[in-house]
Design a protein around this ligand. Structure first.
Ligand code: SF4
Ligand code: SF4
Length: 387
């Protein structure tokens, strides 16, 4: 396992200024959330993390990032609607010239609040569903009212003139109903639908046995999605269906965040700055916006510089003729599955740890819908935090 590196060590390295810009800022405003999705990408120990940034601190982050070239700002969480200053943050972001996107479960939303967001200048709202079936949706969300509220809010978002952008996270419990999911999206007159199979980080990693679909389930879902795409296009329906497969059924990894520290910047509720929203799990001490400017964080910090370029690579990536394509894949996946954040992403069939992926696929064939699930909530998070 790689050793812990500190922010202090980075200042001694005198790394040269990097030419990239944080074009995409993800503001994780809070880890609070009324739901408990077992595939949530928040850290397992989120309950133990520090105080949330204040309104002024967030606005300062937005200003600094905008000066550095950031153009898109996503409000996420947890559930960002929990923040009572969301309207103010949206208005500030708008006045700074950002294109803004609210990523929400819809719980805590109402017609007045959507109107207030519109007034404040919010460009885009994405509502996530757990399933097309009320019982499954509410079981996974941990709320008996979630499905009804989501339907209502999806309709309201559209009625107030926003494009309807829906996100369905698919997994073993809902992927066989992909036809019903798509039909629901059509009924709701969605414009864009992301049918995104879970990626196995955070709580999803903890629950991967219960959530990872089999290869046959995945292939069937993709085929049905393609058939619907053709049918809907022939009917003149402009809906866009985006199907995302899990890394676990690939033979080559994806380039992590389009390159580490290239365009993405995530700021967590307590102000920790990350090159990717999952990176907090790595044994790296990431900088905090309360202690450092974003200029310093982006260009000088160890956390942002360590995986830039390919100097950090070890074999088989170092001498691989495909390394420009994927930069060795995801550092978090390497850390979780190979126990070494500098290793090749085990998704890659050239990785000596690829067997972990094959084992997970085999386990998916065995597991059923009764495999136990650990829900994402404060109580379970405190157990993880205690270690
Ligand atoms: S994935 Fe679910 S539990 Fe996690 S923040 Fe989103 S709505 Fe809440
Ligand atoms: S060995 Fe490394 S660089 Fe080569 S394809 Fe696999 S992950 Fe990518």
């Amino acid at each position: 396992m790689s050793e812990l590196k500190s922010e202090h060590a980075s200042t001694q390295q005198q790394t040269p200024q990097h030419q990239s810009q944080p074009l995409w800022l993800l503001a994780e405003l809070t880890y609070k959330c009324p739901l408990q999705c077992p595939y949530c990408s928040n850290p397992l120990d989120f309950a133990a993390h520090g105080e949330e940034l204040t309104t002024d601190q967030w606005i300062d982050v937005f200003r600094q990032a905008r000066k550095m070239g950031a153009a898109q700002l996503g409000f996420s969480g947890g559930e960002p609607l929990v923040r009572r200053d969301l309207e103010q943050l949206i208005a500030e972001a708008r006045s700074l010239g950002y294109y803004t996107n609210l990523i929400t479960s819809g719980i805590g939303l109402n017609a007045d609040r959507i109107a207030a967001f519109r007034e404040a200048g919010l460009d885009h709202i994405q509502i996530s569903f757990q399933a097309s079936d009320e019982t499954v949706n509410n079981m996974l969300a941990g709320s008996s009212k979630a499905f009804e509220q989501k339907l209502k809010m999806a309709r309201e978002v559209k009625a107030q003139g926003y494009p309807m952008v829906l996100n369905f996270v698919t997994h073993k419990h809902n992927i066989d109903r992909i036809d019903r999911i798509i039909e629901l999206c059509v009924e709701l007159e969605a414009d864009f639908v992301e049918l995104a199979t879970c990626q196995y980080y955070g709580w999803a990693y903890e629950n991967k046995e219960a959530l990872l679909p089999t290869q046959a389930q995945l292939e069937r879902a993709e085929r049905i999605t393609n058939e619907y795409r053709d049918k809907l296009a022939a009917e003149g329906n402009p809906i866009k269906l985006i199907f995302v497969t899990p890394d676990y059924y690939e033979e080559r990894p994806k380039k992590c965040m389009n390159g580490w520290g290239e365009i993405f910047l995530t700021v967590t509720p307590d102000g920790t700055a990350l090159p990717c929203h999952s990176a907090r799990m790595l044994p790296i001490e990431f900088p905090n916006v309360k202690d450092n400017t974003l200029q310093h964080i982006w260009h000088e910090s160890f956390g942002f510089n360590h995986f830039r370029g390919d100097d950090w690579m070890q074999e088989p990536c170092r001498s691989c003729n495909e390394k420009e394509n994927d930069l060795g894949g995801c550092r978090c996946q390497a850390y979780m599955l190979a126990g070494d954040m500098n290793a090749a992403d085990p998704v890659c069939s050239k990785s000596p740890h690829h067997q972990t992926i094959l084992d997970a696929r085999a386990a998916a064939e065995q597991s059923g819908e009764d495999t136990p699930i650990t829900f994402r909530n404060e109580r379970n998070s405190r157990v993880f935090a205690r270690g």
